[in-house]
Structures are given as structure tokens and as C-alpha cells.
Design a protein around this ligand. Structure first.
Ligand code: F3S
Length: 69
């Protein structure tokens, strides 16, 4: 069975760099302060796995977790 991924933003770590939104707009949303949270329940649709890992590795605050389910 294919592995499913879920992204999660730690709101205590996120400082609003928005690289996640730039790299993976399907997976993240920004609030009115520019801080990110995962879109929906964070489930990564098929085909967007690379974007999830890319966003994680590009967040300067290490605020993004990619959870393998
Ligand atoms: Fe926040 Fe990192 Fe995105 S600081 S806005 S989760 S790139």
C-alpha cells in the first residue's frame, strides 16, 4: 500500500517566512498574520509528496513536520 503523508505546522515555531506557501501552495494556508497552517487536515494528495518534503526542508524555523502514515 502506498504511504500516505500528512503535513503539520507547529504554530509556536512558525515565524511567517511563507516559503512553504510559495513552494507548496496546495498544502499550506496563511492566516492574517502571515503564519502558515496546513490546508485541511494536512493530508498530502497523491503526487504532492515531493512538495511536502521540499516545504519541510525549506522552512527556516523547522516548523513543518511531514508525518508518514
Ligand atoms: Fe512558517 Fe516556515 Fe512556512 S516559518 S510560513 S512554516 S516556511
Amino acid at each position: 500500500m502506498a504511504e500516505r503523508l500528512r503535513v503539520h505546522v507547529d504554530p509556536d515555531k512558525c515565524q511567517g517566512h511563507a516559503r512553504c506557501k510559495a513552494l507548496a501552495p496546495e498544502l499550506f494556508e496563511l492566516d492574517e498574520y502571515g503564519n502558515a497552517h496546513e490546508a485541511g487536515d494536512g493530508t498530502v494528495p497523491p503526487g504532492l509528496e515531493d512538495k511536502a518534503w521540499l516545504a519541510k526542508s525549506n522552512c527556516p524555523e523547522i516548523a513543518i513536520d511531514v508525518i508518514e502514515e
